[in-house]
Design a protein around this ligand. Sequence first.
Ligand code: PLP
Length: 320
Amino acid sequence: MKDSSTLTHFLKICEEEIDENAAVVQKIKLPKINNSNVNVFLKREDLIHATISGNKWRKLKYNLIEALINRKSTLLTFGGAYSNHIHATASACKIFGLKTIGIIRGEEHLPLNPTLKFAAECGMQIFYVDRTTYRNKNKESFITELHNRFGDFYLVPEGGTNNLAVKGCTEIINNINIKYDYILSACGTGGTISGLIAGLNGDKNIIGVPVLKGADFLNNDIDNLVKQYSYETFTNWHLNFDFHFGGYAKITKELIFFINQFEEINNIKLDPIYTGKLLFAVQTLINDNHFKENSTILVLHTGGLQGNMGMKNKMDKLLS
Ligand SMILES: *Cc1c(COP(=O)(O)O)cnc(C)c1O
């Protein structure tokens, strides 16, 4: 197949399976607002696909094209045992006809948790590495070892973040049919917000809410990702480090109550790892008069609801 027919094939599957137009913008209400001089909208990236959720589709899209055009039959990637990226990648590779290998941090636990069970059912081959080895995931020597073991593959880094992921995330801001002043996203690796920054090209105010504790390194990582893609740096963005709730996947009662109230009011589900913390941050910042009067705030629902299955026990325990 020539590149053009590979691309035609890719687009045909996209047309049947993926609905980027479903990522509509909706007005939302936050549970406890003391101050009604701003409007808040949610961009529903979570509706693009049922199992290649939200920003993970944006990050995978051009990587899948690259893998297919380069005649790779296998895609290899990394993640934690509950990772949205692992879940989405397994699903995408099944749909687009690639074999997948998932290198998972930590030991095997049987039965498989819902994330890994789904990934395995999609055909992902799962291998576990201990936490020390996992830290080498970006090192050349470790990648060479993986090639010696698994042969040829297309590599997608942890969280799916690379230059092609940034390219995909620049498309999040296409077709937004409202005027807005601020755009906010939860941050893990920073790939998604880098796409927003690059795509907006100096326009709007962009705010990232890291969900990890001690994520200062993200300022640098994001600058580098943006520079690599745009050959430019921008200053119309910042990170707010106040809403990690103790660290990655750490939750509090207050957060879970907030998520439940938000769902009751808006009939939209959030996850406690990313979007719950983000919307909680938005509510707090509005009440602290962080935003200019009469401004419009656009918040990204980046998906990730599959993770709720893995968080269920933790949430139930907290509330019991
Ligand atoms: C992965 C993920 C993020 C973080 O995206 P990055 O590009 O790694 O910053 C945000 N929200 C959800 C729901 C995710 O699954």
